[in-house]
Design a protein around this ligand. Structure first.
Ligand SMILES: [Fe+2]
Length: 497
């Protein structure tokens, strides 16, 4: 690593192509190909993404988020698939000839969280990476002595994979695996331990799928064949019970493993990454085990484009917010916007730079008044989503404690990574899920645009919360630029941008 080098961290070719540009301790740009191609989880690099990246000049080096040969071997030996790929050739077709370095998949995940941790001093920290599979690893536990001195102390190897378990049940429920796990997580909230069917599946999964150490002992690579149609479609259908059971089993196994290694190391700080770190319900339970917990807000493979660059650069970066993507160059009249929202209408916003990651955090969002009783139905209809799907709140950080039950003294949760019990579900029906929790985004001055919107909304109405959901229609990525607005053409949604 040399000072001033333009480093491109890159991931993709299997799914979720993404590029992060790093220079010293600054993230200059980060985005996913899907935003440009309008194809969700697009594995290929779109020319418009490359053009946006080249505004920062040619890269001095490209750091790839995994080891292609190891992955090739895994696919060949375990999955019996012949699927080699060349990173060099991929970038050469865009005229980019920078040298390519390679980082282990789980080290890319780990470093994405390790080098963005907001408490900076990452010594004596436990690292946890959980995903479906990288090259061979599917879960890894890391002893982080300090930022440059970390070692893996425990691993699971494919197909022993908690992520694969969760994705297989997602598939079993008729949802799209590797994409719609968040829908299953939403469905899980409808079950509870008082439901006999939920408990039946919970016990079934625990007894038949896992050993005492949390290893997955069945091969789920071709789906969850041991659950038959009879079991799933018995009287009344048990899809929500299965979702609840799978979520609870995932939480139990994950928590048991993390507790074991927290105890072994004596650490009170934890950084987590991998696609499974998007499970905000589990995250809230994990958070209770430690004093400090940090998850890079784009913990899946797209975010590993940053992790790979950081693993190469070994520099702590300051992450003020996740507005790192394409600049829409828009200018929204905030007074007009909040007045419009105060008429019980919903509005889309396309403001400035797009979020890097799966969550809309106020720059590519649909906003609405969470106090309106039927607002959930209205927004779900506009987005073309299932009726049971919940919505999340953005709340002024100063008001977080008044409305939600905190986990500890921390009130700073700007990335929608944890759920909290809402103290007043009847006051805010639009943002409380069936289990009484909300996936909260707190807002302060580090998110200037949405902070201004929320402050003006609060001044106008006395309400410090807005309903916030991603500006996309079902099955499509978040809108990137104003040119994508026609995707909402047949919907009654006013979009500011
Ligand atoms: Fe991964």
């Amino acid at each position: 690593m040399k000072n001033g080098q333009i480093i491109w961290g890159a991931s993709g070719l299997s799914h979720d192509a993404a590029i992060t540009i790093l220079q010293d301790d600054k993230i200059l740009f980060a985005s996913s190909s899907e935003r440009y191609s309008r194809i969700k989880n697009d594995p290929d690099f779109h020319p418009a993404l490359i053009l946006d990246c080249l505004q920062y000049g040619q890269p001095d080096v490209i750091v790839w988020y995994e080891k292609p040969f190891k992955k090739f071997l895994r696919r060949l030996l375990i999955d019996k698939r012949w699927a080699p790929y060349s990173v060099k050739d991929t970038f050469k077709q865009f005229g980019i000839k920078a040298p390519v370095k390679y980082v282990d998949h789980h080290i890319s995940h780990l470093c994405g969280s390790l080098y963005t941790a907001p408490w900076y001093n990452v010594d004596s920290t436990l690292g946890v990476v959980i995903d479906s599979v990288g090259e061979f690893k599917t879960l890894s536990i890391w002893d982080i002595k300090d930022a440059k001195n970390y070692k893996c102390i425990h691993s699971f190897y494919y197909p022993n994979s908690l992520g694969l378990f969760y994705s297989s049940i997602t598939d079993l429920l008729g949802l799209k695996p590797q994409e719609e796990e968040y829908i299953m997580m939403g469905m899980a909230s409808f079950g509870d331990e008082r439901e006999a069917e939920g408990m039946r599946f919970y016990n079934y999964f625990l007894e038949n799928f896992f050993d005492k150490e949390g290893n997955l002992i069945v091969d789920l690579r071709r789906g969850c064949k041991s659950i038959t149609a009879d079991m799933v479609n018995g009287e009344g259908g048990f899809l929500f019970d299965i979702a609840w059971a799978a979520q609870k089993v995932y939480e139990k196994v994950t928590l048991d493993i993390i507790k074991k290694y927290l105890k072994q190391t004596g650490y009170k700080k934890l950084v987590m990454s991998g696609g499974c770190a998007l499970n905000c319900t589990a995250n809230s339970y994990i958070h209770k085990l430690v004093d400090n917990m940090w998850i890079f807000p784009n913990p899946g493979d797209a975010g590993s484009s940053l992790g790979a660059a950081l693993a190469y650069n070994k520099t702590q970066v300051v992450l003020d917010n996740m507005y790192l993507g394409h600049d829409a160059g828009t200018n929204i009249d905030v007074d007009e916007l909040v007045n419009y929202l105060n008429t019980n209408k919903i509005a889309g916003v396309i403001h400035g730079r797009a979020e890097f990651g799966p969550r809309a955090l106020g720059h590519r969002s649909i906003l609405a008044d969470p106090r309106v009783p039927n607002i959930k139905d209205i927004v779900n209809e506009v987005k073309g989503r299932e009726k049971f799907r919940p919505f999340a709140p953005i709340v002024l950080e100063t008001h977080f404690n008044h409305i939600f039950e905190p986990i500890n003294k921390n009130t700073h949760y700007p990335y929608m990574q944890h759920t909290f019990k809402c103290k007043y579900p009847d006051l805010y029906p639009g943002i409380v899920h069936v289990d009484g929790t909300s996936r909260v985004q707190t807002v302060d001055s580090k998110q200037p645009f949405i902070f201004e919107v929320l402050k003006k909304w609060h001044a106008l109405t006395g309400c410090p919360i807005l309903l916030n959901t991603s500006l996309n229609v079902k099955g499509k990525p978040l809108l990137n630029s104003v040119a994508d607005i026609p995707e909402f053409a047949h919907k009654t949604l006013k979009i500011y941008g």
